[in-house]
Design a protein around this ligand. Structure first.
Ligand code: UDP
Length: 330
């Protein structure tokens, strides 16, 4: 199979690459390396099944060739990470919406009909999450617009674009509302909580819980996520559908901090940082985020393999190895 991964040098994208390379597929990655990293795909650079283009999907001249080559496209390219979103509010909208529009338009014009998986996000649920989040609920973005919601707005636009290309041109697209995926290669510098807490705990620095820590998230190991993506792509009934992908086990951020400190056997202390100090004025956090996975498990059969503890242990081991390498080099 020929697999095109936009954003394939990023965190989730590079795990999709690994999954398909391990299966012997041909994989083509396009990534502008804004937040992605060559290190994530370096292991394949000499592999004849693999090809990489450093390019921006907004202007890449070879996009038409790449989409006509692919049997399956994972469209993962996008500006991500809350710090990045706040820092570059206009770029988020432009890249995420115009990039998706260009990819889908080129597929339509190619006359070829690959299966497309588009990355959306649980962010589209906004602050409407008092209960478990299902795909049918009305999406509300609060009017006190601060740039945090630009990411959600861009993903809502991507979803609408995807559905329109399905309806009007018969493209085969599934939209993935991805919930807090974690794992190796995820970076903390753009805000993601798990790599930040792991790094802090391993280096015995204070673990920074924002707000009072009662907000919850439901974390899913990326190694589970990519298998579920693949299974969705294989099911024609997922075509034209918006589907939550994640794990429905909820944990508070305070409990997450305690768990990571405990698993790392760390002397770190938890410090509470105000949202204002963390993200700037006017920031509204999502209090609760837990996916309803009924639709997902109607479409695919899969038992998640990785417990949160196991994922955290793997990440701690990896961070320790990185730290000791850094020390040796230093
Ligand atoms: N968070 C935190 N400390 C950090 C980074 C994040 O307490 O150093 C919190 C953040 O405010 C949010 C939760 O962890 O309540 C998850 O944040 P992340 O950006 O990973 O995911 P998202 O908010 O997009 O679900």
């Amino acid at each position: 199979m020929h697999v095109l991964v936009t954003g394939g040098a990023g965190f989730i994208g590079s795990h999709i690459v690994t999954y398909h390379m391990d299966r012997g597929d041909n994989v083509h990655v396009v990534d502008n390396l804004l937040t992605g990293s060559l290190d994530n795909i370096a292991q394949y650079s000499d592999n004849s099944n693999f090809r990489f283009d450093e390019a921006d999907i907004l202007i890449w001249p070879d996009l038409d060739k790449a989409v006509s080559w692919a049997d399956r496209i994972y469209h993962m390219a996008g500006v991500v990470g809350i710090f990045k979103v706040i820092e570059e509010p206009t770029r988020v909208l432009a890249t995420n919406i115009a990039g998706s529009e260009r990819v889908l338009r080129f597929v339509r014009d190619s006359g070829w009909n690959p299966v497309i998986l588009m990355a959306s996000s649980s962010e589209v649920y906004g602050t409407s999450g008092r209960s478990t989040l299902d795909e049918e609920r009305t999406l509300v973005v609060t009017p006190d617009v601060n740039s945090r919601w630009n990411y959600a707005i861009s993903k809502m636009a991507d979803e609408a674009l995807g559905l329109s290309f399905v309806q009007k041109y018969g493209l085969r697209i599934s939209i993935l509302r991805i919930f807090n995926v974690i794992g190796s290669r995820q970076m903390g510098q753009y805000g993601m909580v798990v790599p930040r807490f792991i790094q802090q705990a391993v280096s015995s620095e204070p673990v920074t819980v924002y707000g009072d820590g009662t907000q919850t998230r439901s974390f899913c190991d990326v190694r589970d996520a990519v298998v579920m993506f693949d299974k969705l792509a294989e099911n024609p009934s997922a075509n034209g559908q918006i589907v939550n992908v994640g794990k429905d086990e909820e944990i508070s951020i305070q409990a997450l901090a305690e768990l990571i400190i405990e698993r790392a056997n760390s002397s770190s202390k938890i410090v509470h940082v105000s949202y204002e100090d963390a993200y700037g004025e006017g920031f509204v956090d999502v209090r609760r985020r837990k996916p309803d996975l009924k639709k997902l498990f109607k479409l695919i059969k899969y038992k998640l393999q990785w417990s949160l503890e196991r994922t955290i242990d793997d990440l701690i081991a990896e961070q320790r190895a990185k730290s000791s390498e850094g020390k040796k080099e230093g």
